[in-house]
Design a protein around this ligand. Structure first.
Ligand SMILES: [Fe+2]
Length: 365
């Protein structure tokens, strides 16, 4: 946090757009970044019109401020919302036009301006991922921009920022990190390098997740969760994700629910669906999560892994059903259609059809 200004100067910046959200400003973190930028002799302006699932109009308004103020570097301080919005502001600053033209994999023409991310949650990994997620409110969909050009130039990591998260945000973001690790590990795009990070992320997150909720000021748990999130990010930014994320994006776009909460509703169903296509991988994942699997049959390991996911989810307070969030059976068909167009579904270890996804949604109702 104290080094933000120095690094902004090193990257050639003279005026920084600091992108944050009202909660992070209230916690005092944005002011620390501001002070650091000032000490380094750079000018800066704060932009905080960022909602939990950032929208295209918020990014457009931020890009207008960036241009009007003559900014030449972006510093995001916050969770996935602030960082995703900052990435989209940078993309608009560099490419102009409409973010919709950049959606999908490798459709970005010009890289964004220099960008520094300072995460204040442990889960999103937007600070090192090649993903930027933005909501198109007109069609109520989360759009994914996947491109190496949205990997920030620098991430500054300080686990102390996590101590101001409340229990629900800790739960949502921590569970997201676990899903990143699990989906990256069984992804069709996995590699020996991403495997190392994914397994270590599972180990760190599963052994510190509930503890960090129970003891929010404990820096050891917070540090381990931050490390787990980073390792999960290194894994999924390169291996990509799977059907859980594709389904969570569909619901998150429609209902404006926290991303981690959406993931929590589908992870067990997706593991059940995938299991026979990645048995050995799920066995290794179960071991990384601390489960005793020796002597168990494949079907017993599957049950134990799904039960452990459910235990973590419920203990973290994320056990609600989809119907209680306002989704009805009549919407399942359309949600499944949207899911099948999400880039994350491509690397799921088992290729799902429309009915497969509908069944997982229906089981979560
Ligand atoms: Fe995620």
């Amino acid at each position: 946090m104290r080094l933000a200004g120095q690094y902004a100067r090193n990257l050639g910046g003279s005026k920084a757009l600091v992108v944050s959200d009202p909660g992070v400003v209230a916690a005092g973190w944005a002011q620390q970044v501001f002070a650091s930028v000032e000490r380094a002799g750079l000018a800066s302006i704060l932009y905080t019109q960022v909602t939990p699932n950032p929208r295209m109009d918020e990014a457009a308004a931020g890009a207008a401020v960036y241009a009007e103020e003559g900014c030449d570097i972006i510093i995001a301080v916050g969770g996935g919302s602030a960082m995703d919005c900052a990435k989209c502001i940078g993309l608009l600053a560099a490419n102009g036009g409409d973010l919709r033209d950049l959606v999908g994999v490798d459709n970005v023409r010009s890289p964004m301006p220099p960008a520094i991310c300072i995460p204040t949650t442990a889960g999103t990994s937007a600070d090192l991922s090649q993903f930027a997620t933005i909501v198109d409110s007109e069609i109520k969909r989360k759009l994914l921009i996947v491109s190496k050009t949205v990997v920030p130039d620098l991430s500054l990591i300080d686990p102390a920022t996590l101590t101001t998260m409340d229990a629900f945000l800790t739960a949502c973001t921590g569970l997201d990190a676990l899903v990143h690790a699990l989906e990256a590990y069984v992804s069709l795009g996995h590699s020996p390098l991403t495997d190392v990070h994914a397994l270590e992320a599972m180990r760190l997150v599963s052994s510190n997740f509930l503890q960090s909720i129970a003891e929010p000021q404990n820096l050891e748990y917070r540090t381990n969760m931050m490390l787990g999130s980073l390792e999960a990010g290194l894994a999924f930014s390169n291996a990509s994700l799977g059907a859980t994320h594709a389904m969570a994006h569909s619901v998150g776009g429609l209902l404006d629910l926290p991303h981690g909460q959406c993931n929590a509703m589908f992870l067990s169903g997706v593991i059940d669906f995938n299991y026979g296509h990645a048995e050995e991988r799920y066995r290794s994942a179960a071991i990384a999560m601390g489960l005793e699997v020796s002597g168990l049959s494949s079907s017993e390991i599957r049950k134990r892994l799904v039960a452990e996911i459910a235990r973590l989810r419920d203990a973290a307070g994320l056990g609600g059903a989809l119907s209680r969030c306002g989704i009805h059976r009549t919407e399942v068909h359309e949600l499944a259609e949207i899911t099948l167009h999400d880039p994350c579904v491509v690397t799921n270890p088992r290729r799902p059809g429309q009915r497969d996804i509908e069944v997982i949604y229906e089981e979560a109702l």
